[in-house]
Design a protein around this ligand. Sequence first.
Ligand SMILES: [Zn+2]
Ligand SMILES: [Zn+2]
Length: 252
Amino acid sequence: MVHLAAVVGAVWFWSWPGLALAVGSYFVRMVVVTAAYHRYFSHRAFKTSRVFQLLLAVGAQSAGQKGVIWWASHHRWHHKYSDTPRDVHSARLRGFWYSHVGWVLSSNWNETDVSMVKDLLKFPELRFLDRTGIALLPMFGLGLVFLLLGGLPVFVWAFLVSSVMVWHGSFAINSLAHLIGRRRYETDDDSRNSAILAIATTGEGWHNNHHRYPTSARQGFRWWEIDVTYYVLWMLARAGIVWDLRRPPADA
Ligand SMILES: [Zn+2]
Ligand SMILES: [Zn+2]
C-alpha cells in the first residue's frame, strides 16, 4: 500500500525539489536505521544514556521495520547462522527476492527468539515499543509531523517516497550485500564489500568487513571506505552523547 501511494503521490506531485527532499530525507533516516537498529541494538557497537537509547529506538522504528528487539533478535540470528539453512534471509540458499523482502513478509519470522536479546529485554520501554500495534506508531508519528509541517507534497516526498527507499536500502544489505562486491575476508558466509552499496546505505555496504568484525561501530576500515553513519557517530561521541565506540583491530 505504501509503495502504491508513493508511486501515485510522486506522479501527482512530481517536482525536482520534491525528489531532492525525498533523497535528503532518505539519507538522514538511513543513518538512524543503521546507527540504531543495526550498530547499537543488534551489535552494541557503542554505549549511550538510557534516554538517548530510547530516542534511538523511536527513531529507528519511525522507519517501519518493527520493534528494535524483534529486529536485533533476527539480525543476531543472521550473524550466528549466516548462509546456513538456519539463516533468516540467506541469498545463497533462498535467492534474491526472499532475502530482500520475502522473509519480512513471511509469517515464519513473526516471533522473537528471546534468548538472543536478553540484554534488550531488561528495558520495559523497549519491550513496550516492541509490542504489535505499538511498533509502528513512531512511523505514523513521523508521517503526521511531515503532513502538518508541509502538507501533502512534503508528506509524499519526505515521508512516503523516502520510506520506500529506506525499506529497500535496508533490505539491500540482506540481499545485494551477500551477492555483489568483493570479499576481503574469508568469512563462512557470502558477505561482500561494495562501494556503491556503502554510499547508498550510509556505510552498510562494507558488509564483508562487518561480518568479520560485527561489533565494530566503524564498518569502513580504510580511509577511503566511506561510512557516513560512523562519521555521525564519531561527532555524537565528540559531543558526549554516545561513547565507547568499538573499533576493528589495528591490523584489520
Ligand atoms: Zn549479512
Ligand atoms: Zn550486523
